[in-house]
Design a protein around this ligand. Structure first.
Ligand code: DGL
Length: 278
């Protein structure tokens, strides 16, 4: 097997990273992907950094055992906490997270340098987005809000309707205050959690028509393609049978298939999900 035909490993705390996997498949239709969702231990967004790092390193070990040629941390919380630890464990392996591409896209998009970030509690508390944005644009003013309930709403499929609209409005209100001073409000909002693209329409409505939404899934997929290209690791289309997905989870094949189908945007059969122990 030539080294470029090895799979790309992708992982998340559960099904959320399938929004990132969907974009990776669009961007690189000739690659093979192994996706691992740690459904037995999600959510990561309410856990301590030490626990998230320990879980993420275990998952990375499982993916390395699948002979991956690169790894994408398709989870904002794990990217924010565990990227340096995973790189330190596997110095030879290209490892990419979602925070840096998301921060770069926000900096490119914002005109007034005021950027809002919505994410899980752990991602907001850790400050990785805030740091990544200010590193790229020192005068930027970043306001971050933890929107943990939106994770559950996305999994429940309540992505529209009064409950989703009410939750989005309540979480976003402090970010877009004061209403009177338009120029002081963020003009760009980063969806800093894998689940939030599912709620993009209600989030965009709450933020208002002047706010640009940045989705780290799409920008990450482009960054991963570029990095693989730069290190000569992109698979040649002539090499093989086109896109292939292997889906692994640590619990609940049925729930993974049912909820994951919505996140991936294509149907997943229960029999497509392999349950593994870490
Ligand atoms: N995947 C997580 C993230 O992007 C959201 C779900 C969780 O809290 O585990 O931050």
């Amino acid at each position: 097997v030539s080294s470029t035909s090895r799979p790309i490993g992708v992982f998340d705390s559960g099904v959320g990273g399938l929004t990132v996997l969907a974009q990776l498949c669009i961007e690189m239709p000739d690659e093979q992907f192994v996706y691992l969702g740690d459904t037995a231990r999600l959510p990561y967004g309410t856990k301590s950094p030490d626990t998230v790092i320990r879980y993420a390193v275990q998952i990375a070990q499982a993916l390395v055992a699948c002979n991956v040629k690169a790894m994408v941390i398709a989870c904002n919380t794990a990217s924010a906490m565990a990227l340096p630890a995973i790189r330190a464990h596997f110095p030879e392996l290209p490892v990419m997270g979602v925070v840096e591409p998301g921060a770069q896209a926000a900096v490119n998009t914002s005109r007034n340098g005021r950027i809002g970030v919505i994410a899980t509690e752990a991602t907001v508390r850790g400050g990785a987005y805030q740091r990544a944005i200010v590193q790229r644009r020192p005068e930027a003013i970043v306001t971050a809000a933890a929107c943990q309930l939106l994770v559950a709403l996305a999994e429940e499929g309540w992505t529209d309707g009064p409950v989703a609209r009410g939750a989005a409005a309540r979480y976003l209100e402090p970010l877009f205050e004061p209403r009177a001073l338009r120029e002081l409000r963020p003009d760009t909002l980063v969806l800093g959690c894998t689940h939030f693209p599912m709620l993009r329409a209600v989030i965009a409505d709450s933020a208002g028509p002047t706010v640009q939404i940045v989705d780290s899934a799409a920008t990450t997929a482009r960054a991963v393609r570029q990095q693989l290209h730069d290190c000569g690791q992109l698979r040649n289309a002539a090499d093989g049978a086109g896109l292939r997905l292997r889906l692994l989870a640590t619990d609940g094949a049925g729930r993974f298939a049912a909820i994951g189908s919505r996140f991936l945007g294509r149907s997943i059969a229960v029999s497509d999900v392999e349950i593994i122990d870490l």
